[in-house]
Design a protein. Sequence first.
Length: 131
Amino acid sequence: MKDLIEYMARAIVDYPDEVVVTEEEERDFIVYRLRVAESDMGKVIGKQGRIANAMRALLKVAAIRKGTRAVLEIGEGVGRPGLRAEPRPQAEPEPELEAEPEPEPEPEAEPEPELEPEAEPEPEPESGDKP
């Protein structure tokens, strides 16, 4: 399985000589650690981790066929410096300004009570006698 990981990684990186795979046995599974040059990390991981996930899936299938479980961890090795190897300049912290106290919120006006519409007078019932 170690050879499988090396084969896949060497096929996609620019510096195949710097691919290093180590194997560690844990309780009930094997941990494979893949190290590549810093400039090759993007190629090994792929867009949204697709290549790394595909490599993990193939490793899982190979492990199941051998009756074990395996995990792949991917990290940077001590290889050629890539774009990510350059330290980012840190911005100087801005001097603290005295914060103005926040104004107190104005009390909300009480809502006006709803007035019921005036009721129309009901017509008087008509009686049988007309004056």
